[in-house]
Design a protein around this ligand. Structure first.
Ligand code: FE2
Length: 233
């Protein structure tokens, strides 16, 4: 293994050194919650933990995210949600790849259509599975399991994510709750489909079993993270 990465509680230890951690707290999530009042009135707690640049090469970084298992109001713990920008003179925004290292995840991916609506894809993933977030799809990661969810991701390091749509619309197009999926009425939903990791990866000709190892050994495999036009369609 290139690196020894170990999570001890909420400390991420990489080759015996503690990695920097940034924490998203409940109150900072209230704009994107189905129940924003919960975010403002409940006692503050750490919603989730982000460990960025655990490993980095060629302007692509490997991050880890830890989402504890708990309900936030009726919603399962989730990330804030964001879109990626597009490289200059391209129509495709930067994609991203995720792997479930531990636990069970659902990803709500959504793509803005010209008419002002969104096309939504729900992907569920289990431990070890890798999933491509295609260009132009904003994304939210949700812990749908009984225990902590640990995700890794590879992403181009030279852009800033755009959180504004999620803030303006009070979250993603769907809320993943203990009562099931609930549509967010701030969106016009043009289409909705549930798919699995194999189908979504296959559509773009992408397959991976182990993001960190493959990136460490063959970084050129992930050049499409910098240049989305390299992805087959
Ligand atoms: Fe992202």
């Amino acid at each position: 293994m290139p690196l020894v990465v170990e999570l001890k509680g909420t400390d991420l230890i990489v080759n015996d050194k503690e990695n920097e951690c940034s924490i998203r707290k409940l109150q900072a999530m209230s704009d994107v919650l189905m129940d924003p009042v919960f975010g403002k009135t409940e006692d503050e707690f750490n919603a989730y933990y982000m460990y960025r640049s655990v490993y980095q090469k060629n302007d692509i970084r490997f991050d880890i995210t830890l989402l504890p298992s708990r309900l936030i109001g009726k919603e399962y713990t989730k990330t804030y949600g964001h879109y990626h920008p597009k490289p200059k003179h391209q129509d495709l925004a930067y994609p991203e790849v995720y792997q479930v290292l531990k636990g069970e995840a659902a990803f709500v991916l959504q793509n803005k259509t010209k008419g002002g609506g969104v096309e939504v894809i729900l992907v569920k993933a289990k431990e070890k599975q890798v999933v491509l977030f295609p260009p132009n799809y904003g994304h939210v990661s949700i812990n749908t399991g009984q225990g902590p969810l640990v995700l890794s991701n590879l992403v181009y390091d030279k852009f800033k994510s755009d959180y504004s749509d999620y803030k303006m619309n009070k979250g993603a197009a769907y809320y993943y709750t203990e009562d099931g999926l609930i549509q967010n009425t701030n969106y016009v939903i043009k289409s909705f489909e549930t798919t699995d990791v194999y189908q979504i990866n296959k559509k773009y000709g992408f397959f991976s079993d182990d993001l960190l190892n493959e990136f460490y050994k063959f970084p050129e495999k992930f050049e499409f993270l910098k240049d989305p036009d390299l992805l087959s369609k």
